[in-house]
Write a protein that binds this ligand. Structure first.
Ligand SMILES: [Zn+2]
Length: 740
């Protein structure tokens, strides 16, 4: 008997371990349906033509000109008339001013009019990436959806917007919201973007209240993926997409993204070869579904829902307050079921779930801390997250089982189950206080567990057990995706708290397998030994696996710096590993650059062609209680210019950049992106003071020149540029005092 219990406990815990170990493999987009109205092949071919030779195409660059021509040609080929808004704008956000010449592209599908649905994406990429997914997927989907709607029109007008400079502070979207007359016609927005390069299309953010957005997806989309918890979590993160700007329009908004495949996000490998057709299809099917959905829900009264998809089959939604009520009621019923169940050992049984949840979650932090002590590489689990994931899981399951061994003494498993569900209800209620959208993930299973507890009152223990098994299964179905997306959002190094999900599942299912108080060593020795072996095995693997690989390369941008008055240097951040290949080319050592913060690897480098650079103060004058400082910067090869005030600058009250005026209240930097910044005229209006003022001028050229070819060729396969990519930096310093 004890042997049978011991074996079944071992098998069960091993199964939990395996499911959570391999969970990323369980969340794939649906396969392409060739009969669906969204023609994935046609959408992909269109994107191939638009991206051409797959050059990065950041805002206001030569390569962007080419891309915009090809994009306009595709829009015209579909029979639409593209409008291009070409303007120089600035926007203040997070204590910095972003400026660029932007070109938003818009076109109407069908007749223009009010109450329009806006289908939005962005056409710029980061300088390091061809942007086939970010946001090529948005362009491809928008064009194919427009083609579908041209054949089978929506009832509401549909406006397609492809913004510029999303990657440089959402400038295009902010310009549309603040300055485009068409913005007033929009009342619903579907935004399509990428926070990774693969995986499912997730509706991860909505406007509040969310009734219309949820209904739009729930009513028509195929394979909908969404949860209200992600919308709550996203609101707390500093990340932004164009949707952040669109929310200022007070519209119904559904924000879609692919969020898997972090390895290649914002790198040269976000390219067509790595674009998963399934992700494209899933995004397309979700977007056309959302358009049709918004078409239906217009005018209806709107509520605030807690919602989640059920394995992509449909959207389950409840009014937020109802979901929270179900959690509380379920918790009360479970607590009463605990009292009614009997079976002895009430205190130990009540303490078991909370001890396991606290102890096992705490233990899950140990692996990362331990490896951090020994390994020098910062992102040691990047290429092989399975090792650390397995280590965290094995340690926490071991701790959970140890709690069962120490505390499980009741002779009635229903008592242990009721105790576990009561604690889960308490946790779920606490979560719902801060993130009410999370209530939907617990409400259905707690309703079932509450019913099971009612059966305990009527001594219908078989029905009670069936209901508790159902409750546990529903909890698994709803929480497994949460575990997956939470690990994507947190990154594996910070993902230890996620083990709380498998621990909950063990608490609500394991008591079924241990029918009587069997505290003896024999029952627990086999499963504990297996979990211990897994801990050792995956622990050893975590120490040994390489941090990076060719498939999961480290991000390493080479900076070729030529600071005013200094020798030129090659440089990169010390968070990255110094590749041995680089050491053979130049004697890299640790140090700092004069005008950029942070410790870096530095090595002497040959000079590069800066082109003509001029930076001079044209005017510095006090008049009344104001001081005007005007300076002009010329840099005929610049791709980006940053002007950063040095010491002693009061908060500027107003700034004018190339004629664009902006009020300021905080300390600021000005970042100007693109060719329009090669001639900068900056006019500052400051409170009067006679102080001497300093400004650092940082001039960036994207990419490296021929003088860095040896270094570029030596870049190992497991290192890759990202975001701004490799860069040439020149600096100047401006100092000024007011004329007297
Ligand atoms: Zn993007």
């Amino acid at each position: 008997m004890k042997n049978a219990v011991s074996v079944s406990v071992t098998l069960f815990l091993t199964a939990v371990f395996l499911v959570f170990l391999i969970k990323p493999a369980l969340f794939n987009p649906p396969s392409v349906n060739p009969d669906h109205e969204f023609d994935t092949a046609r959408a992909f071919q269109r994107l191939e033509r638009i991206l051409g030779d797959e050059q990065p195409h950041p805002v206001d660059t030569d390569s962007q000109d080419v891309l915009l021509e090809r994009l306009s040609a595709e829009i015209e080929a579909l029979g639409f008339a593209p409008l291009i808004r070409d303007e120089f704008i600035c926007d203040a956000a997070y204590g910095r001013v972003n400026c660029a010449r932007i070109r938003n592209i818009l076109f109407w599908v069908g007749e223009p009019g009010p109450d329009a649905i806006l289908l939005a994406s962005h056409h710029d990429s980061v300088p390091a990436s061809p942007g086939a997914v970010d946001d090529g997927i948005g362009l491809a989907v928008s064009l194919e959806v427009a083609a579908i709607l041209a054949e089978a029109p929506a009832e509401r007008p549909v406006l397609v917007l492809m913004t510029d400079a999303e990657e440089m502070g959402l400038l295009g979207a902010r310009a549309f919201v603040a300055r485009d007359p068409l913005a007033d016609l929009v009342s619903s927005v579907i935004n399509i973007d990428a926070r990774g390069v693969s995986g499912q299309a997730v509706m991860f953010q909505t406007s509040q209240p969310n009734g219309h957005a949820v209904l739009s997806l729930a009513s028509t989309a195929r394979h909908p993926i969404a949860t209200s918890l992600s919308a709550n979590v996203y609101d707390m993160l500093p990340n932004d997409t164009d949707a952040t700007a669109f929310l200022d329009l007070d519209v119904d908004l559904a924000n879609f993204a692919v969020i898997d495949g972090d390895y290649y996000y914002h790198t040269p490998r976000d390219n067509l070869a790595n674009l998963d057709r399934r992700s494209l299809f899933h995004m397309g099917a979700s977007a056309i579904g959302a358009v049709r959905g918004f078409d239906r829900v217009t005018g209806e009264a709107e509520g605030q829902w807690a919602y989640t998809d059920i394995v992509g089959l449909f959207i389950l939604k409840l009014p937020e307050k109802v979901a929270i009520g179900m959690i509380i009621l379920g918790g009360v019923l479970c607590a009463s079921g605990f009292v009614r169940a009997g079976g002895g050992a009430p205190i130990r049984t009540a303490l078991l779930p909370v001890s396991a949840l606290v102890l096992a979650t705490a233990c899950a932090f140990l692996p990362t801390s331990l490896i951090d002590l020994i390994r020098s590489d910062e992102a040691f689990a990047f290429a092989n997250p399975w090792a650390l994931r397995g280590f965290q899981l094995a340690v926490s399951l071991f701790a959970t089982l140890a709690c069962f061994k120490a505390l499980l003494r009741t002779s009635d498993p229903l008592r242990a189950l009721a105790a576990a569900w009561t604690w889960i209800a308490i946790l779920a209620a606490m979560l719902s206080l801060f993130m009410p959208g999370g209530s939907i993930l617990f409400a259905p299973s707690l309703a079932l567990a509450g019913l099971g507890s009612l059966c305990v009152w009527f001594r219908a223990s078989v029905i009670a057990k069936v209901l508790f098994v159902l409750a546990g299964s529903v909890l698994l179905i709803l929480l497994l995706p949460l575990a997956h997306f939470a690990e994507l959002a947190l990154k594996i190094d910070a993902a230890a708290p996620i083990v709380i999900i498998p621990i909950m599942l063990v608490l609500v299912l394991l008591p079924f397998l241990i029918p009587r108080p069997v505290g003896g060593l024999k029952t627990y020795s086999l499963p504990l030994a297996v979990l211990f072996s897994l801990t050792i095995g995956f622990g050893a693997a975590s120490f040994l696996v390489p941090a990076y690989s060719a498939e999961a390369p480290q991000r390493l941008n080479i900076l070729h710096a030529q600071e005013a008055g200094e020798e030129p240097q090659w440089s990169f951040r010390t968070a990255e590993q110094l590749p041995a290949e680089f050491s053979e080319i130049a004697p890299f050592r640790r140090g700092q650059l004069t005008r950029l913060g942070g410790e870096r690897y530095l090595a002497p480098a040959p000079p590069f062609e800066e082109g003509v650079i001029g930076a001079r103060v044209e005017e510095d004058r006090i008049e009344g209680d104001g001081r005007t400082v005007r300076f002009v910067i010329q840099a005929d090869r610049a791709d980006q210019v940053i002007v950063r005030p040095g010491n002693g600058l009061p908060d500027a009250s107003e700034v004018e950049v190339n004629g664009f005026q902006l009020r300021l209240s905080e300390n600021w930097d000005i970042s100007c992106f693109g060719r329009a910044c090669r001639q900068l005229d900056i006019n500052l209006s400051l409170p009067a003071s006679g102080d001497e003022l300093d400004f650092d001028v940082l001039i960036f050229q994207y990419g490296l020149g021929p003088e860095s070819q040896t270094l570029l060729e030596a870049r190992p396969e497991h290192s890759i540029a990202s975001q701004l990519g490799d860069i040439r930096l020149s600096t100047r310093r401006l100092t000024t005092s007011p004329e007297t």
